[in-house]
Design a protein around this ligand. Structure first.
Ligand code: ZN
Length: 504
């Protein structure tokens, strides 16, 4: 019957799209790990050809007709194919909004901007990228103009990363968070004290080996993965059997290696936990930036920064690093939960982290609205940091240039996922705890399989089958709510006296 032929044709097209995406992801992985600096120009050119091919195939009228036919026979389709058709239809509609020439322009500008950002950051000179950033803002407006129906010009970018979210939905939640967090940080943050560390003297290799061992215990499958070094750690899925993590090493502080690895392992567990049946379909990835981040933050913070976890981890840490033999669980727990006012988002502790994100989210909206200009951005940044975090950057490198997100083409839509992820991480973990009972005992015993199996069943296996808010509601029984997350932070940082004797 003709539907069977159409499903076979869909498989063929998806096979090609998956191959192009896998090739692009492998090129990007190489660019962020092993590529020599001199390769940047050629890599930018190779990447933009693949971007163009992907876009051409996505907006191909033949694919649109195929999807239309499949939608008219939706009732007779296998549920998996029906979900795939629905997700792919949304992807195609989004791609089709943008003219190919504009996509190519953004991609080429993104590469140039990224390289300029690297130089600017090295020289601590915002002037190096300012003109390119003006152009990014202009391109952002042109992309936004392809969505004349959007309520806010940032909404299409937010929706592309975190479907169903919008400025109208997020702004009140972020304001609620900010108003609660600023006084909490005032109450808890240490002032003027050096950062607490797990000081070690052995090589980065020993640190990486230990971190990977913990990741494997958490469930990361190295037969279908590998670990490498990267200055900006990330996890990436090249294919169903190839989900890679990267780590960052500080030669003198074990925390950097441990937590960057556990964080990325959390992302990788999501991708490795996708149902086998999704392989090669449009459903085969995490559903959104925020839900992805919920998994990495769940493992990094709710598991990795818990007392229970350190009961399991400390003997392994001490076996690998005898210089830490003097630590007890409580001291280690406090060292990895020290709160501090800081300038750098990626170094931020759990309590201050969202304030860093909200500064960026708000400034993106102000840039788009024109109430902050590109040339005023460093000043506006410094002012927000002074107000929200009580610290002022020394220059652009530890201020407005610290993250790469604004320097790759279009500006908005990259940061909200971090805070959505933090909020959801607690909601998911609470649901897991309710289902699994003595979760702390399991973690303390190094028995991570029940948690992983629960997350796999309720979150990972589904890939993109449920939309982010729908998934959150199915798993937690509620939509995105800030209060349970704030309750968790209060309990940990305000009411737990053992953990808060670091108060200034
Ligand atoms: Zn992450």
């Amino acid at each position: 019957m003709s539907t069977d032929r159409d499903v076979a044709a869909l498989r063929e097209r998806m096979h090609e799209l998956s191959a192009l995406r896998g090739a692009k992801d492998l090129l990007s992985w190489d660019q962020m790990t092993y590529m020599p600096p001199g390769g940047a120009h050629a890599r930018g050119a190779h990447g933009s050809v693949i971007d163009r091919l992907l876009h051409e195939r996505m907006v191909d009228p033949g694919l649109q007709r195929l999807l239309e036919r499949l939608r008219t026979h939706a009732d007779s389709l296998d549920p998996l194919v029906r979900d795939e058709v629905s997700v792919l239809t949304r992807d195609v509609e989004l791609a089709a909004r943008y003219p190919s020439a504009l996509v190519a322009e953004v991609s080429a500008h993104g590469s140039a901007c990224f390289e300029a950002w690297r130089v600017a950051r090295e020289r601590d000179d915002f002037g190096v990228v300012a003109t390119l950033l003006e152009r990014s803002l202009d391109l952002t407006h042109r992309l936004a103009a392809c969505h004349p129906d959007a309520a806010h010009p940032a909404d299409p970018f937010i929706d592309a990363a975190d479907e169903g979210m919008s400025v109208a939905l997020l702004q009140p939640l972020f304001t609620e968070l900010r108003e609660a967090l600023v006084p909490m940080v005032d109450a808890v943050a240490e002032r003027g004290e050096p950062r607490a560390v797990l000081p070690v003297h052995r090589s980065g290799e020993a640190q990486l080996a230990l971190a990977l061992r913990l990741a494997v215990d958490l469930g990361y499958d190295v037969w279908r993965g590998r670990q490498d070094l990267a200055p900006h750690p990330f996890a990436t899925r090249i294919g169903h059997g190839d989900v890679r993590i990267t780590s960052r090493v500080d030669a003198t502080d074990l925390q950097e290696t441990l937590f960057s690895t556990i964080h990325e392992a959390g992302h990788a567990l999501y991708e490795q936990g996708l149902d086998d049946a999704l392989d090669g379909t449009a459903l085969a990835s995490g559903v959104s930036a925020g839900v992805h981040e919920s998994q990495s933050r769940l493992y990094e913070n709710l598991v990795g920064r818990s007392r229970a976890f350190w009961r399991y981890a400390l003997p392994h840490v001490q076996a690998a690093f005898p210089e830490l033999a003097h630590l007890d669980v409580e001291t280690a727990y406090r060292a990895v939960n020290r709160v501090r006012r800081s300038l750098i988002r990626t170094d931020a502790d759990e309590l201050t982290y969202n304030l860093h994100v909200i500064v960026r989210f708000d400034l993106e909206l102000e840039l788009l609205a024109g109430s902050v200009s590109v040339s005023d951005l460093p000043e506006a940044w410094a002012e927000r940091y002074r107000r929200d975090l009580g610290v002022v950057p020394n220059g652009a490198a530890d201020g407005v240039l610290q993250d790469l997100h604004w320097y790759g083409g279009a500006i908005p839509g990259h940061f909200q996922g971090y805070t959505i992820g933090n909020v959801l991480s607690v909601a998911f973990f609470d649901a897991a705890r309710a289902a699994l009972g003595d979760l702390d005992d399991q973690l303390a015993a190094g028995d991570f399989a029940p948690l992983r199996a629960w997350l796999r069943e309720h979150v990972h296996a589904h890939g993109r089958r449920f939309r982010p808010l729908e998934l959150a509601e199915r798993v937690t029984g509620a939509s995105l709510r800030v209060e349970p997350y704030l309750g968790y932070l209060r309990t940990k940082y305000l009411y737990d006296t053992a953990a808060t004797d670091a108060v200034a």
